[in-house]
Design a protein around this ligand. Structure first.
Ligand code: BG6
Length: 478
């Protein structure tokens, strides 16, 4: 769907996110013809340089972060023409009048705050003082959106001084992933699943976001954050909401976000015995978490597994197990809905049968698998076996997996379209912190230390126990 002409100003335009994700994503939209002729992209940052130098930087970023088959010199040159650069002092007066002159009146104006949250207030205020933003403008902010309820509330308040909630786009890039949206299509576009989608038929749900990467050079940031703040409070919580929410009455931003909010508010407080924290040890491929964090006294977790209960009519009694970590065996993110066994087996006792599972793979190899029971082929009698009904999106759509737009491409275009469905509302973010705060506070009060786990493993042993003690087991990370 084409978008209107726009001015997109990226504060922090020379930063890592801009180079890795935002500008390469915009380039790909340009190349696929989605960028209108009247699109303008303005990088804004402290560095003293001109537009020509900035374009070179972005050209290099495209080369580094866009796969070769999507790069051609004509598109790159055309895209770079849309870009200019402005030196800006976020906390002073420098550059703001120039920015005012650069932005146009009758186009969509979006301001991407790809900067430290401590600057959000300064930017928001100056956009108003210099009359650059108007009541139609949009601002985009990134996680981390606060580090607890109090700081998230403070950020929301600072933004609310100058912008209405309908103008604020809080990014959680997991919501831009193709399969995450497909989750809603599958749930609410089919008659098949929804009648079974409750505690009567679902034994439990597993949500896994496993990474092979270490914290690497992000040690200083990560050590203040940990897996709970970095992944659970936002990405995993969003997945949990989408899998557990009631059907919204329409696919409209607030209808969807109202339902998500209800899920967060229905989460029970978590018992400390239902949480396992871990941190990775060194192996031949890399140093330990403690070394990388640069903090020998660190008590931060690089892995977390937890059991979550939702107290509402639909889900009471069906636990949701969450798990995420760095330096694990494989990079895989998936949601698995594990159904109960049929009430009675007419085939007698069949060892090893494991029942239906709907596994929704976010990455890699996006797709969906439904495990079903069939008869083992051949004359050996009525022996049952399980087979996957497999739908790989790449196969189904005949498209190369790389052709699916990256989360950022989709989300930025949604900002220009003015569609907030895939963005977090302020009250959602606050509710998620209100749920995580007591958990984190308790660790601090107790001086809780994460368990160590081997790099390249599935996490600490205790994480396996978390399910074993409930008579269940994790799906393999592969
Ligand atoms: C980010 C986290 O939000 O998500 C990172 O800060 C994490 O620590 C990343 O690696 C994971 O994103 P993806 O899209 O690779 O699953």
């Amino acid at each position: 769907i084409p978008v209107e002409d726009f001015d997109l100003v990226i504060f922090g335009g020379t930063g890592d996110l801009a180079r890795r994700k935002i500008l390469p994503g915009l380039y790909r939209r340009y190349r696929s013809g989605q960028m209108p002729e009247g699109a303008r992209i303005i990088g804004a940052a402290r560095q003293d340089q001109d537009s020509a130098v900035y374009r070179k930087l972005i050209g290099a970023a495209i080369k580094e972060f866009v796969p070769e088959k999507y790069r051609d010199s004509k598109s790159i040159a055309g895209f770079l023409e849309l870009i200019s650069y402005i030196v800006i002092d976020a906390q002073g007066a420098g550059g703001w009048s120039d920015l005012k002159k650069l932005t146009r009146k009758d186009v969509v104006k979006a301001f991407y705050f790809s900067v430290a949250p401590s600057l959000f207030g300064d930017l928001a205020e100056r956009l108003h003082t210099y009359k650059i933003a108007d009541s139609q403008s949009r601002i985009v902010v990134e996680k981390p959106f606060g580090r607890d309820l109090a700081s998230a509330k403070a950020l929301n308040a600072v933004l609310a001084e100058h912008f209405d909630e309908s103008q604020i786009y809080r990014i959680d890039h997991y919501l831009g992933k193709e399969t995450v949206q497909n989750l809603m299509a599958v749930r609410f576009g089919n008659i098949l699943f929804e009648p079974l989608w409750n505690s009567q038929y679902v034994d439990h749900i597993q949500i896994t976001a496993a990474e092979t990467v270490a914290v690497g050079s992000r040690g200083a940031y990560y050590d203040k954050s940990g897996a709970m703040r970095d992944m659970v409070q936002n990405h995993l919580m969003q997945l949990l909401c989408l899998i557990a929410m009631e059907p919204p009455n329409e696919f409209e931003p607030d209808a969807v976000r109202d339902e998500k909010l209800k899920v967060i508010r229905a989460l029970d407080p978590v018992n400390s015995s239902d949480i396992v924290r871990g941190r990775y040890e060194a192996n031949k491929d890399g140093p330990s978490y403690l070394e990388e964090s640069g903090n020998p006294d660190s008590s931060t977790e690089s892995f977390i597994a937890m059991k979550v209960n939702i107290s509402n009519w639909r889900w009471k009694g069906t636990p949701i197990y969450l798990r995420t970590g760095k330096r694990l065996r494989a990079r895989t993110s998936e949601i698995a809905v594990v159904f109960k066994d049929p009430p009675h087996s007419i085939f007698g006792k069949q060892e090893g049968r494991r029942g239906n599972v709907l596994a929704i793979r976010l990455q890699p190899n996006e797709g969906m698998t439904l495990r079903v029971t069939i008869k083992e082929p051949g004359p050996g009698g009525m022996r049952l076996m399980e087979v996957p009904l497999d739908m790989s999106f790449a196969d189904a759509l005949g498209a190369d997996a790389e052709d699916t737009p990256d989360a950022y491409e989709r989300l930025i275009m949604d900002v220009i379209r003015g569609n907030q469905t895939l963005f977090m509302r302020g009250d959602e973010v606050e509710a998620a912190w209100a749920w995580t705060d007591p958990i984190i506070n308790e660790w601090q009060e107790r001086g809780d230390m994460p368990k160590s786990y081997d790099s390249g493993s599935s996490g600490p042993e205790d994480a396996l126990m978390l399910l074993h003690k409930d008579g269940r087991r994790w799906r393999e990370i592969k």
